[in-house]
Design a protein around this ligand. Sequence first.
Ligand code: XIL
Length: 382
Amino acid sequence: MHLASPDRRRLLLSGLALPMLSACGGGGSANAAPSPAPAPPPALADVPALKAHFATHFKIGMAADPNGYKNAIANPVILRHANSITAENCFKPASLGTSPGVYNWATADELVAFAAANGMVVRGHTLCWHSQTPDWFFTGTAAEVRARLETYIRDVVTHFKGKVACWDVVNECTSDDAGSAYRNSKWLQILGPDYIEIALRAARAADPDVKLFINDYSTEEPAKFARLMTIVARLQANGAPLDGIGHQMHVSTASPTAANVDNALRSVASKGLINHVTELDVSLYNDPGSCFSSKTGCAADITGDPTLLAAALKAQALQYRALFNVFKQHASLQSVTTWGIADNSTWLSGFPTTRGNRPLLFDVTGAAKSAARAITDDAYVP
Ligand code: XIL
């Protein structure tokens, strides 16, 4: 909130002053010695609509489920700024895949209708993942598991055909360890590395036009990115239908460097693939690995300390600016989505530990933060 709170206060005060002036007739009596009226504080316009501001570069997306975008704080923000939406949870197998061949479309269909009514494209997230996927997917023989995956993807992609612009077909398939390119998921254990190609081919068979992505986190870290590109090379050698790479970009104020992001985007484009930034948020905290693996050593909550919070929000604004400056240089980058709408609701309040966080471009009241100003106004000093 760094500068946003005083800004909002001024906006409110200037809004109050107007009716008071007009109620007084707009001026003093003719014979009173006119003292110069104090100059009104400069009106602080909201940041420009992000979808218009970045229209020549990429779409601006936000992630939410219907209960998120219908929230009174978040709703005006997504309507003003986004021309793309990703379902935060209601497109996932745990939500759609009730049991084999039985689907729960209602919430996802509601989101699709909201997007259509408000000029947003839909990013489909996600078809094949090790998380938020019911156990019934993984029972029986490898042939049965493969058939179940193919049937699920066929049914879901067919249901949303023409309504979803792209799919994160496979989510988080890259290993975090140097030993293997592939995450050691149940999909890998049961089907081997071919499961990625099987999923992509099933999606392509159901919809020849939808764009197909692999989506992963920490793609801006060179070692993990190299592993991802090993996977991509095999897919391309086999002629698998892959259109793009989704970079989640759950990042922090301290990392990644602009150079690493630049390299990742450039390398993807050099393989003939589209780039999407799919889940951007900038955490206030720079946690050690132990926080993610065992919730130990996590940075302490700073949201109750105005001094520390202001410093972190300033660093965050600078990080958002650095990232967007790189994003704007890449014609291959067609979509940038934040993982949430405003700081009133973020998955980072529970991950990697329970703690206040403020990772998005709009604050807990829905007002533009320093970060939003920093990416839309080069002259602004956070
Ligand atoms: C998260 C959602 O935001 C949470 O509400 C849910 O409890 C867990 O999943 N990478 C992804 C997203 O690809 O699907 C995750 O979303 C965040 C990390």
